[in-house]
Every structure is written in C-alpha cells, then in structure tokens.
Design a binder for this molecule. Structure first.
Ligand SMILES: C[S@@+](CC[C@H](N)C(=O)[O-])C[C@H]1O[C@@H](n2cnc3c(N)ncnc32)[C@H](O)[C@@H]1O
Length: 293
C-alpha cells in the first residue's frame, strides 16, 4: 500500500510540554504537533473523546492549549483509572503524598505489596510504580528499573517537584476533564450511535499485531481489542477522528477497505530503532508529503 510520509516529523519529545505525570509505554507525546494541526483545522470542538486514555497526553494538551473546550478520558485499567480519578478529583492530596514520600527500593516494594485503601492511595501507588518500573510498564510481571538515568537506579525518574507542578496544572483544568473507568469500545459504540458534530475522537488502542518490543500484550494488562470492529464502527459513523497504529499489513488492509487516509511518521523507539507509525483520519488532514510503498 502507498502511504504518504507526514510532512510533520515526530518531534523530539523534549520539545513538547510534558503534561502527564505518567511515563506511558506507547505514550503519544511525539504526536502532539499532528494533534495541534488536526484540531486547528476545524472549529474548536466542544469535546475531545479519548477512549484509550493511558497517560492522557492528548486530552491534557487539548484542554490546556484550548484546542477543545472539554475532554472525556476513558481507561479500563483499574490502576491507571485510580491515578486519573485521584489526579482530577484529589490533586492536592495526591501532591501531599508525593512530597511526604521517601523513595527507596524498600519503600517502593512495600507500597507495591499493599492493598490501597482509598483512591488517593491507589492513584499514588500507580504513579510510584509507573515511575520506578522499567519503561513505565505496569502490566503484571514488569520489573523495576535497574541502572536508571545517570545510574541513579530506582529513583532516576522520580522528580517530586515536577510531578507536583504537573498535578497543579491538571487540577487547574480538571473541571473541563471527565474521566470514566470503562471499556472504550463500549463507550464508542454508544457514542457513535448518535451524531455529534462538535465531538472529535483521538483513538490510540493497544495493538498486538505489530510484534516485537512494542507488542501491546507485554505493555498493558488490557490489550485485546477487536481492531476490525473498531474500524467498522468509525466507518459507519460520521465521527471526526484521528487514530494511531503501528504500521502492519492488517492495519493497511483495514485502511484500504474503509478508504481512510493515513500518513506515516518514523518514530524512534527507546532503543533508537526507527519504527513506522500511522496517523489515520477519515479525511486527509495533513498536507501532502512524499509517497512511500
Ligand atoms: C496505546 S495505550 C494509550 C497511550 C496514550 N495515548 C498515551 O499517550 O499515553 C492504550 C491504552 O488503552 C488501554 N485499554 C486497553 N483496552 C481498553 C479498553 N477496552 N477500554 C479502555 N481502555 C483500554 C490500555 O490500558 C492502555 O492504557
């Protein structure tokens, strides 16, 4: 299949504001320039819906940069969901937990063995595990980071002041963000049944078809999505969406069947390999680049 290279390169993530406290595997900070172009190309939407929210960088950016009035984040993972409920509803309490925590290997192990008693404790546990496990992976069996940044080991990604600053920024826009702990596919099915001209969707499902290091199975506890059904639901609706996938034959064939548009962006993996990602829309959203087979 011929796929055009996007004229917008994947940015160095250091050049985009890091708004999420989570270090998310499969996180889409690199996609933010595409999201800005896409959302600027239309009348400002009333609602941006993110059915597979994860680290939520797109919802946070859309609301904080006033690219959408409000956002609806949906996530099925109960640990990630607890984090968002705590961050959006109990930001100051979560920030207090961060500032009073002394991070050591023992304190992290102890926290990981405890059953959280309330949503703040649960959200805090998710944040600590996310920032101390290798690659931010929360799925069962993930190991702790060993050498870490600058050899600092387990605390190498634990920046309390930065995390508290991000939580304050989230609390400031929290009235414009709704979070639901539910199945994104079910939510989409009910949402797409009704026409909403001022609603847009950012769809970033877990994907297990690409194989290799980025396979969703290793990264997420919930990874079993019916991709063909997702494409057909979007095709049958009139929803304005932007969706991302790893490039694979399965996804190329779905794009062709539904006459969607796709551009390719080369993404540098954590191991510096260049991997093709697809940015898929119903209508062409990015001006012409170079055609690739
Ligand atoms: C590729 S990640 C999203 C990453 C996100 N865009 C970011 O930038 O951080 C996919 C997310 O979908 C979640 N997920 C998997 N199945 C789901 C379902 N049926 N409903 C809602 N969320 C689901 C996973 O837990 C994971 O957080």
């Amino acid at each position: 299949m011929v796929i055009t290279v996007s004229p917008i390169p994947a940015v160095n993530v250091a050049t985009v504001p890091q708004r999420s406290p989570l270090r998310y595997p499969g996180g889409k900070t690199w996609l933010i320039p595409h999201i800005r172009v896409w959302l600027h190309s239309m009348k400002r939407p009333r609602l941006l819906v993110e059915p597979f929210a994860g680290g939520g960088i797109v919802s946070l950016t859309a609301v904080m940069e006033n690219l959408a009035d409000e956002s609806l984040m949906v996530e099925l993972d109960k640990d990630v969901a607890a984090f968002w409920k705590a961050a959006l509803n109990y930001g100051p309490e979560l920030a207090n937990r961060i500032s009073s925590f002394t991070l050591t290997r023992d304190s992290v192990v102890q926290l990981s063995c405890q059953r959280p008693t309330d949503v703040v404790e649960h959200g805090f546990r998710t944040l600590v595990l996310n920032r101390t496990r290798r690659g931010g992976v929360l799925a069962h069996g993930a190991s702790f980071t060993r050498k870490g940044e600058n050899g600092a080991g387990i605390s190498s990604r634990w920046y309390p002041n930065t995390l508290i600053r991000r939580l304050r920024a989230i609390a400031a826009v929290a009235p414009r963000i709704t979070f639901h702990e539910t199945d994104g596919m079910q939510m989409l099915a009910s949402l797409l049944g009704q026409p909403h001209h001022d609603v847009v969707l950012f769809v970033d499902p877990p994907y297990t078809g690409g194989g290799g290091k980025r396979a969703g199975k290793r990264l997420y506890a919930h990874n079993d999505i019916d991709h063909a059904r997702l494409f057909s639901m979007l095709a049958e609706s009139n929803a304005n969406f932007l969706m991302t996938y790893d490039r694979s034959l399965e996804i190329e064939s779905l794009i062709e069947s539904y006459k969607f548009h796709a551009v390719q962006v080369m993404m540098k993996s954590g191991h510096h390999a260049l991997l093709p990602e697809l940015v898929i829309t119903r209508y062409p959203a990015f001006s012409q680049g170079i055609s690739l087979v």
